[in-house]
Design a protein around this ligand. Structure first.
Ligand SMILES: [Zn+2]
Ligand SMILES: [Zn+2]
Length: 294
């Protein structure tokens, strides 16, 4: 008896809820909006955190250039943070690579905003279900490049570099020339084992070479915004390059010695200077490298 009364009450409540859905929606707003963080990197350059990859906001006299747009539904959160430091319009979005935590909110910004990325990002985005809807066409790059490109000019110049496959086959290093700051995207996402996205052309075998080319080819940078994690120094990036080389060398030697990928990952003997690195993907990365090696 008691149980059936409770059941009745539940059913009645459900009916009342459906009937008064509008009212209910007013009384109980949906879960709070996404809220990002913002920190100053240098005068005129900010890092917006939360919601996926780090977004950079670069202020110019004519507007604001964004690097990466986080996960889907974070556009308003990005804009809200930009509005705390500038009232200028967003003029450009530069995407460091194709992943959904970096291009996810491109579509929030109007079609007039110029989206710039490596040519392979367009190809990869075209395969992503999130962008299959033709209404999201304006999320795709308007302008692409293959090796090097400069966005804006003079004092505001931003240099884009692609040095070959690493995290994906469309990684861009974004350099704010005057400020001596680089956004490394997920080619340098944090101090630790990087994600090797072989489905999007990434490679653990070419990774160290790609980072070495970036170290040799990019001049005058002292500060690096990583794809995730906190602001770092150029030396941190140089050290990361050394880490990727040491990791590859160890994996190559283990394969030659006939070790399984699991054994190799467990027995990695990397220099002590990398003891604070996050090794979460060590197993996956050794397996990926094994699959790439002849
Ligand atoms: Zn990412
Ligand atoms: Zn990524």
């Amino acid at each position: 008896m008691k149980r059936s009364r409770v059941l009745m009450a539940v059913v009645a409540a459900g009916v009342a809820m459906m009937a008064g859905r509008g009212l209910l929606a007013q009384a109980q707003p949906p879960a709070g909006p996404n809220v990002a963080g913002i920190e100053k990197v240098k005068d005129g350059l900010y890092m917006i955190t939360g919601g996926g990859g780090n977004t950079a906001a670069y202020l110019t006299p004519d507007g604001v250039v964004l690097v990466d747009t986080k996960l889907a539904n974070w556009g308003q959160a990005i804009l809200d943070k930009v509005r705390t430091v500038s009232d200028k319009p967003i003029t450009h979005i530069i995407n460091t690579h194709t992943h959904g935590d970096h291009v996810g909110s491109n579509e929030f910004f109007p079609a007039s905003v110029e989206v710039v990325a490596h040519a392979n990002v367009s190809t990869s985005m075209a395969r992503m279900p999130a962008f299959a809807d033709p209404a999201k066409k304006h999320a795709f790059p308007d302008k692409t490049y293959t090796d090097r490109m400069t966005v804006l000019s003079g004092n505001d110049a931003i240099d884009l570099y692609h040095f070959g496959p690493a995290h994906t086959n469309g990684d861009t290093f974004v350099v704010f020339r005057r400020l001596r700051v680089m956004h490394g995207g997920d080619a340098f996402s944090a101090k630790g084992t990087p994600l090797l996205d072989r489905n999007n052309g990434g490679s653990g075998v070419t990774y160290p070479e790609t980072i070495a080319k970036a170290i040799a080819g990019v001049k005058g940078v002292d500060t690096v915004i990583p794809g995730h994690s906190t602001v770092m120094t150029w030396q941190d990036f140089v050290d990361f390059g050394e880490f990727t080389r040491a990791f590859l060398t160890a994996a190559q030697a283990a394969k030659k010695a006939g070790r399984t990928a699991d054994d190799a990952a467990a027995a990695l003997n990397l220099p002590a200077k990398f003891k604070d690195y996050t090794m979460t993907r060590a197993k996956d990365n050794v397996a990926a490298i094994y699959a790439e090696l002849p």
